[in-house]
Write a protein that binds this ligand. Structure first.
Ligand code: NAD
Length: 305
């Protein structure tokens, strides 16, 4: 049966390093601050926001949450981003998704200060990532490959040798998860295939996913990937987080992969919860430190009279 890749343990190690990075930045006089912006009241965004707030407190990063009502106009959102962009105590800005219908996500993302854009949503940063010279690597895709890299190290496989012959199949092509993951696969000189909903509707995704040595699933469909969709010995990274209501009315999270049927076939797999999610949270804070150092370096020196 598959080795279960422990995202929580991985996140713990990253967090220890993050604490050291935060104090080193502070010692260098670099101010760090993360701001999140939510519009409307969305279950998944709220849960993510609370986790980030707790983590920021644990690692000593000042945290500011701005919340606009679901009735806010696009102009309100843009105005809020301008305030955050100009605030010197804010060095990282995260716009929580999804935004309410009627608000143009692309226009909102263009209004995020590119030097504080910790999720690389601004076209300038998305472009740099696609060109292979990222300023910030979006936290979820970064976590997918961090988990893969550390797993390869743990089993004594040479990373370059593994990736050069690997066929990586990414299910889901969103701008925030699927596409960045594709870019990171290319950067590792792997062969990367991208599968989205249309492939599933026309031929079924199994036709593509069965070729995967590494299967990254980010579709947001509970249990989409079952045993017949994976090849024996594949490594499966499940990004999906889907709320499922139990018989007693309690809500718990399940992935896009049907863990029970897939795990016995594959070489390694990430669970949900406890896989990609915990690593993503730490990575976002890590990007905030990177952004703080960038802003500090970019700022013109203060004139001393
Ligand atoms: P999204 O809805 O923006 O994009 C989903 C993508 O999956 C689209 O490209 C769509 O075409 C594709 N898709 C949908 N159904 C499909 C199917 N049947 N077959 C193949 N492709 C299909 O979602 P997103 O923001 O990319 O997030 C995807 C999932 O990952 C969600 O469950 C989300 O909650 C989760 N997520 C997890 C983390 C984490 O840290 N673990 C971070 C971000 C998102």
């Amino acid at each position: 049966s598959a080795e279960v890749i422990d995202g929580r343990a991985c996140a713990r190690r990253l967090k220890e390093q993050l604490v050291r990075d935060v104090s080193a930045a502070r010692a260098d006089g670099v101010g760090i601050g993360l701001a999140t912006l939510a519009v409307g009241d969305q279950y998944s965004a709220g849960a993510y926001e609370r986790r980030l707030r707790r983590l920021a407190a644990e690692v000593g990063v000042p945290y500011l949450h701005r919340s606009l009502p679901g009735t806010a106009s696009e102009a309100d959102v843009l105005a809020e981003l301008e305030v955050l962009g100009a605030d010197p105590s804010v060095t990282g800005i995260l716009v929580l998704r999804p935004l309410p219908p009627g608000i143009d996500e692309a226009r909102v993302f263009r209004a995020v200060d590119p030097l504080k854009d910790v999720e690389s949503v601004h076209p300038e940063n998305a472009g740099l990532l696609a060109l292979g010279v990222p300023r910030f690597v979006p936290s979820t895709a970064a976590s997918v490959f961090h988990l893969l890299d550390t797993w390869l190290d743990s089993v004594g496989e040479d990373r370059a040798a593994f990736y050069h012959r690997a066929n990586i199949v990414v299910v889901g092509r969103s701008n925030n998860v699927g596409k960045p993951a594709i870019s990171l696969g290319y950067e590792r000189q792997a062969t990367v295939q991208s599968v989205d909903e249309w492939a599933d509707r026309t031929t079924g995704i199994g036709r593509h996913t069965r070729w995967a040595d590494v299967l990254v699933v980010a579709a947001g469909k509970a249990g989409l990937i079952r045993a017949e969709h994976v090849s024996e010995g594949a490594v499966v990274i499940d990004v999906g987080i889907n709320p499922r209501t139990g018989a007693d009315g309690s809500v718990h999270m399940v992935g896009d992969v049907d863990f029970e049927s897939v795990a016995p076939r594959v070489r390694a797999i990430t669970p949900v919860p406890g896989g990609v999610g915990p690593v993503t949270d730490v990575w976002l804070l890590r990007n905030t430190v990177t952004a703080a150092r960038l802003v500090a370096g970019a700022r013109t020196p203060v004139e001393v009279p």
